[in-house]
Design a protein around this ligand. Structure first.
Ligand code: ZN
Ligand code: ZN
Length: 294
């Protein structure tokens, strides 16, 4: 529930010059403005499920984009039903947007790749909730190998060959000798990944998907003493979130989506229960910016 201090779920993932919005709870557009992220920079929106705390901000955002003169198409990835929800509101107002919305209906029960562009893939993470729900895994593609600069002059490597070599090709020198790639390059920097898992009951079979993730956001709606309630409402306790991070060998866990019964005074207890299972746990505070590659 939105309060003066807390707003429902929404996160922005920035990769290169692109901004991806994940969930769009009530008031998200105001939060975007606070963070100085232009609404028009967002071309892809991912909605985990159709509970209001994850999408009630969407029609407002869609309308503001129109008022700001957007003409570029907007991609919305969401469970079946999203199209009708937006359309009924636009139709009731007899409104026509300046731009086109492309809906990508999510129905698969298995993890699927839903976005594949230069450098980045986005996969669904099938979750276990009262209604059909997906998390989202942002995976950077393998980066280019790094050229050993001195080898360029030594083997007289022409400029146009450099990119192939960075992608892993060997080089044949002027005498016809094959110079292996490993002799010419350093391994690439490790690729990064980020996973968003909300809302979900404890679901261990997502662990292989999350393997070695650099940062994991996992809902932790309840403290451990509300374990039964968590099960009944298809949510996770903080300890369960930490167990998923631990089994996934995540580098860091961010927890949020706390039940309205808790206040910031409970954060210490959330952290304590999490850290008993997974040390690298942090609270996902509103407005926090997390740099995976400084
Ligand atoms: Zn939910
Ligand atoms: Zn929720």
């Amino acid at each position: 529930m939105p309060t003066v201090k807390k707003r429902p779920s929404a996160q922005v993932i920035n990769y290169g010059n692109k901004y991806y919005l994940v969930d769009c709870g009530e008031g998200t557009q105001v939060q975007l403005r606070k963070q100085k992220i232009s609404l028009l920079k967002i071309n892809h929106i991912f909605i985990s499920h159709l509970h209001g705390d994850h999408y009630f901000g969407l029609i407002g955002l869609v309308n503001s984009m129109h008022l700001l003169g957007r003409t570029k198409e907007l991609n919305i990835y969401a469970p079946k039903g999203m199209t009708a929800i937006i359309d009924v509101q636009l139709n009731a107002a007899n409104a026509r947007l300046n731009y086109k919305i492309i809906y990508h209906e999510l129905t698969e029960k298995q993890s699927v790749c839903i976005y594949d562009e230069k450098g980045l893939e986005i996969h669904t993470i099938p979750l276990k909730h009262r209604i059909y729900t997906n998390g989202f895994l942002f995976k950077e593609k393998p980066l280019l190998r790094k050229m050993k600069q001195e080898k360029i002059a030594y083997y007289e490597i022409p400029h146009y060959k450099i990119n192939d070599i960075k992608e892993g090709a060997d080089f044949i020198d002027k005498n016809g000798e094959v110079i292996p790639n490993t002799h010419l390059t350093f391994p690439p920097a490790p690729s990064l990944s980020y996973a968003y898992c909300s809302d979900t009951a404890y679901k261990e079979d997502i662990v292989p998907l999350l393997s070695n993730v650099d940062a994991l956001y996992h809902e932790a709606t309840f403290l451990e003493n509300e374990k039964d309630l968590a099960k009944k409402t298809f949510h996770s306790t903080v300890r369960q979130a930490a167990a998923i991070a631990n089994k996934s060998k995540a580098s860091a866990l961010y927890i949020g989506h706390f039940s309205a019964r808790y206040t910031t005074e409970h954060y210490a207890q959330f952290l304590q229960e999490a850290k008993e299972v997974f040390e690298q746990t942090k609270i996902a505070n509103e407005g926090d910016i997390i740099a995976l590659r400084p």
